[in-house]
Design a protein. Structure first.
Lengths: 191, 155
């Protein structure tokens, strides 16, 4: 069972399969079986199954029968869920992958807003259907879009960038859309 | 394109794929080509319309592919059609998969319905991809590898 750069960045996981499994159950409506989770992260089914059994035994996840399939789901009211979500988000997913945007010239700040940000901050609700990203700066639009399209393809949900200049962001109260976005949950992607 | 379409239909469109097809795949592919032609005609004057036409083309390509698998689609959502296309054309890069998904949502700008921030290059990429998917579907092959997107220009 491999430890790679993924888990070395947050060296508290037993294996790569552990955060991968939890990430899918938190955020990916398509990957809920050991096979699909393994495929999504380039792991073997056995690696995911081993971790799933441990988390099932601990009561952190549960097994649901949907049609002919047995799918995994998190136990939302387990006391460790909130802390685990934070750790998962620091290991895999948008808060890690969106750091690539800082490689684009002109990008000053990157933040996630909308449903993904609300789930990250622990607000209960359905699985996010997209990842809304606020990019502050004056980058080339196409370069930002290219990074987001790549992540969209990787995640299987749309990663939608919204680019605003630092002046627009500073005077966000005058723009109703920006005002609404920034008055809601906003999660900073750190460089 | 995968030789066996059925697993992708069963995985992504289990309730929407009705086996027993009345419309031959070529009719869907012709419709996809017509939408693509219209998209190319209007892209300069109405890029946002071209964007939607490109998605119509991809959607018709998906219906044609389903017809190859002996099924017709009924009541399918755009998101499921994207998943189905990405399953059938499993050689697509992540960026191409992202483009298909973006086409399906109709978000062609970098702000909410703000046409000032529309990026013509993304629209061009989506039209090129729609043509590639159609060609691959017609020939029963995987799309040709994507051109590499150049790195962002340095300051």
């Amino acid at each position: 069972m491999g430890q790679t750069a993924t888990t070395e960045a947050m060296p508290i996981w037993r294996s790569d399969a552990q955060p991968a499994l939890l990430y899918c159950l938190f955020y990916d409506a398509h990957a809920r079986t050991a096979s699909t989770i393994a495929e999504r992260f380039g792991l073997t089914r056995q690696q995911v199954s081993i971790e799933a059994r441990r988390l099932l035994a601990a009561g952190i996840i549960r097994l649901e029968v949907v049609g002919r399939n047995k799918v995994l789901a998190v136990v939302d009211d387990h006391p460790a869920i909130s802390a685990l979500r934070t750790l998962v988000d620091l290991t895999v997913g948008p808060l890690v992958d969106l750091k690539r945007l800082y490689d684009v010239d002109g990008v000053e700040r990157v933040m996630v807003f909308g449903s993904w940000a609300r789930r990250h901050l622990g607000e209960p609700g359905p699985t996010p259907r997209d990842v809304d990203v606020l990019v502050v700066g004056t980058p080339d639009d196409y370069a930002v879009t290219s990074v987001c399209l790549d992540l969209s393809g990787q995640y299987g949900v749309e990663v939608s960038p919204m680019i605003v200049s630092s002046d627009e962001f500073a005077s966000r109260g005058r723009n109703p859309i920006l005002d609404q976005i920034t008055s809601g949950p906003l999660v900073e992607v750190r460089q | 394109m995968k030789k066996n379409i059925t697993p992708c239909l069963e995985q992504h469109l289990p309730d929407k794929a009705k086996f027993g097809n009345a419309v031959p795949e070529e009719a869907w592919f012709d419709a996809a080509a017509a939408h693509l032609k219209s998209a190319r005609l209007v892209i300069d004057s109405d890029p946002s319309g071209a964007f939607m036409l490109a998605w119509s083309s991809m959607h018709n390509t998906a219906k044609g592919v389903a017809a190859v698998g002996g099924a017709r689609l009924e009541g399918e959502t755009h998101g499921k059609v994207v998943d189905f296309l990405c399953c059938v054309f499993d050689g697509l890069t992540n960026t191409e998969k992202g483009l298909v998904r973006r086409a399906s949502t109709g978000r062609n700008s970098l702000s909410y319905d703000d046409p000032r921030l529309f990026d013509r290059r993304v629209c061009d990429d989506i039209l090129a991809l729609a043509a590639k998917l159609l060609a691959a579907a017609r020939s029963g092959t995987q799309p040709k590898p994507a051109r590499k997107i150049p790195p962002p220009p340095s300051a």
